[in-house]
Design a protein around this ligand. Structure first.
Ligand SMILES: O=C([O-])C(=O)C[C@H](O)[C@@H](O)C(=O)[O-]
Ligand SMILES: [Mg+2]
Length: 446
């Protein structure tokens, strides 16, 4: 087979441990569902190299990947446009059996929850990109390994050798209850007030040297969260701080809270939902606003600019058109005068490596979000190549993403997935089961 030809694609669902972190949608469950994508590629000398990708492990996303994988065999990892077109053809219905009894339709019937977040045909662009992401990352990894160059060099070269990340603070419960409802506090302990969050920040800064901090809000009344930010400011006088209530506030609430945060936070992220309401808050307060909720597609940039909805856009290669798409966003933000930061969700080291390469190639001008410290103990990446030190991750030296798998951990997390028997993320349902109903129900909550 020619060098670069895709010979096999493996999709391995994983479940890894997660603490009971609170957000506007509920409480993180004991396990995060994730998927590892491995693409075996001919090296042109009779051998193969394997490229790695990682994405969320929702049932609909896994099933789409499974449906698409055979359609990509025989294409080349250097032919990323063709690969993207094939993914699109499948997800828009041009290359899939759309009959009412087509086999893929079993997914939507599997359980009532399966309809949550499912992308029906034609799948919206946002969901098409979420399916495409781990495939393109794995192709870049394989291409880099074949050529002996880093992914960042395939993306045009490194603008920096080290990428800064923000410490991601969460209000959290002491621990997950066991089968009898008994709670043994985890190593992080409880953080349900300003004091707990400051202690959590001290621990994260001591462990990883973070020089920026982000607080996940939308959990308590805005005055409590504003007071928490002020407590962080007193403890870390020079640290850039941000608060993200995930649209849990109404416009008047956000305007009042922003008055207390102006000059204290580097930005306020998604206090309200939608481009127009965000613009209202920005106009009324002058506070820098950031988003990973109201600007998630290229076509949102023009109205965001016209309305003045945000100053900073959060990219994320898992849905912004993968690595090349994230760099296109970077180019647009740079030209239009938006700042660029990066969104994250619970993830492992393959995604951290991909994020580090794409950030290194970009003009990102705010420390990127990462959930990594919360989940690093279960990382599938073998130790030694990725480390969060001095608030940053250095680009690994090796070709491609520069990381290798720890097969024993992959196997353990795959078994955990099979044992779990869960197919969706259900923060709200878990919060209800725990009786933490203050974080359930429709938004805005304040
Ligand atoms: O910036 C954000 O909106 C996020 O990080 C979204 C995540 O789902 C976060 O809220 C979480 O992990 O609970
Ligand atoms: Mg956000």
């Amino acid at each position: 087979m020619d060098r670069g030809t895709i010979g096999a694609i493996r999709i391995t669902p994983l479940a890894f441990a997660d603490p009971p972190l609170l957000n506007a949608a509920g409480v993180h469950e004991p396990h995060v569902l994730r998927a590892l994508v491995e693409i075996d590629v001919a090296d042109g000398r009779g051998g193969t190299v394997t490229g790695l990708g990682e994405c969320a492990g929702h049932a609909w996303q896994l099933d789409w990947l499974t449906l698409i994988a055979p359609r990509l065999l025989g294409t080349s990892v250097f032919d990323v446009h063709r690969l993207a077109d094939r993914v699109d053809a499948c997800l828009t219905g041009a290359d899939v059996d759309t009959a009412p009894d087509a086999a893929w339709r079993r997914w939507s019937d599997r359980s009532p929850e399966a309809s949550l977040g499912i992308a029906p045909i034609p799948a919206p662009a946002f969901d098409r990109r979420r399916v495409h992401a781990p495939l393109e990352v794995a192709c870049h990894d394989a291409a880099g390994r074949l050529l002996g160059v880093r992914v960042v060099d395939l993306l045009g070269g490194a603008r920096r050798e080290s990428v800064e990340y923000a410490g991601y603070l969460f209000y959290k419960l002491a621990g997950h209850p066991d089968a009898d409802g008994a709670v043994t506090p985890d190593a992080w302990g409880e953080a349900l007030d300003a004091e707990g969050i400051v202690a959590q920040a001290e621990a994260l800064v001591a462990a990883h040297g973070f020089a920026s901090l982000k607080l996940k809000g939308g959990v308590f009344a805005p005055e409590v969260e504003v007071a928490t930010i002020h407590a962080l400011r007193r403890r870390f006088p020079a640290m850039p701080l941000r608060l993200d209530p995930n649209a849990a506030w109404s416009v008047p609430t956000a305007v009042a809270a922003a008055a207390q945060l102006l000059g204290v936070v580097e930005y306020l992220e998604d206090p309200v939902a939608g481009l127009e309401p965000m613009a209202e808050v920005a106009r009324a307060t002058g506070i820098p606003l950031a988003t990973n909720m109201c600007v998630v597609l290229t076509e949102h940039l023009a109205p965001a600019l016209r309305l003045g909805s945000v100053s900073i856009v959060l990219g994320d290669h898992h849905y912004w058109g993968v690595l090349r798409g994230t760099l296109a966003l970077d180019t647009a933000c740079h030209a239009l005068g938006f700042g660029l930061s990066m969104h994250s969700n619970s993830h492992l080291g393959v995604s951290l490596a991909a994020m580090t390469h794409v950030c290194a190639a970009s003009h990102v001008d705010h420390a990127a979000d990462t959930h990594y410290p919360w989940n690093a103990a279960d990382d599938i990446v073998a130790p030694g190549t990725l480390a969060l030190v001095d608030g940053a991750v250095r680009l690994p030296d090796g070709p491609g993403l520069g990381v290798e798998l720890d097969r024993a951990v992959v196997e353990r997390l795959h078994r955990a997935y099979l044992d779990l028997g869960r197919e969706h993320r259900q923060d709200e349902r878990y919060a209800e089961a725990l009786g933490v109903t203050s974080v359930t129900g429709p938004l805005p909550r304040w």
